[in-house]
Design a protein around this ligand. Sequence first.
Ligand code: SAH
Length: 372
Amino acid sequence: MESDKAIAVVSTKGAARWAAGHPWIYKTDVLTAPRRGPGIVAVHDRRGAFLGQALFSPRSEIRLRLLTVHDRPIDAAWWRFHIAACAARREGLPATAYRVVHGEGDGLPSLVIDRYGPYVVAQLLSAGLETVRADVLEGIRGALEPRGILLRHDTAVRRHEELPLDVELVHGEVPDAVEVREGEVRYLAAPRHGQKTGAFLDQRENRLLVAALARPGGRALDVFTYHGSFALQLARAAGAVLAIDQSREALERAAQNAALNGLGTITWREANAFDFLRTLERARERFDTVVLDPPAFAKTRASLPRAIAGYKEINLRAMRLLAPAACCSPPPAHITCSDPSFSTCWPTPVGTAGAASSCCGSPGPRRTTRRS
Ligand code: SAH
């Protein structure tokens, strides 16, 4: 099989990277690129030894993404088997909306598959993967048997791969709003028009954690609430919740979600978080639980210093709003902010605020790399 496949030859450094478990090989470590467009290619080291098969992206800095170290055909059955294995790993989660395939973390690089009840929203995020779209979709249908599959390809990372940005229904039907359950809470996800693939599924575990930590009957603040997902969880324990977002549209959906759960203790406020935190501080308001879940402030390396300053500011203000012995959930470490300086966002404000409070939770997705 290997003989009819295009071959990429990689440097010793690139080969060592793979051997160490990293699924990517960058442009600079590809000694001989296959003379063809994107697709699945065989990868050899400089001595001609077969290393595996990878998705090849001729335009991206990430040229090769390892799919398998085996030399077997990668067809619809292969995708079906691996997607089904991912689904099996997540069976029994206390939610009906969750990420089934986490791309690289699940050994299926550049593939994201989210489940919203009986519907699937997927993202094929590399040029190599796009060439095998039909097989991947067949694999999804076989493994998950969804009522519909929507491709949310309106995400900027596809630009790095010179792929078009669009939203496409490729199987069955997917409604604008899908009611899902997360723990004891129900909410309406928005697969077609919502942010990401319709909800911030990456915060699912953190939302349940925060709800468990909230002081029963206490006062909670959810900053950057979007559709109210943290606020809904908090409202099940806290006596009163104040939730802030700058998007009126997001807050309208949040209020709908509260009604869906019969929760009448949440106050929704349309405001700029930076200004509003300042106002709350001036008014000497106090909360037993504060959740900060901002968007990624740093989209590029150049914007990092400003982003760090932004994180510091909201963290500092949040700490000042905390009642003694209260709990504050820090923002997740966004990928562009994995710089060591990100950690400086916390100690300084905590020290400055002098609050006798704690920073709880372990935000951010867990990552594992598996090889098929
Ligand atoms: N906590 C949410 C996800 C938050 S996404 C969840 O778990 O589902 C980030 C949100 O921050 C978006 O809804 C966006 O509208 C809001 N946002 C971005 N900048 C803001 C600002 N300066 N002030 C208030 N809200 C802001």
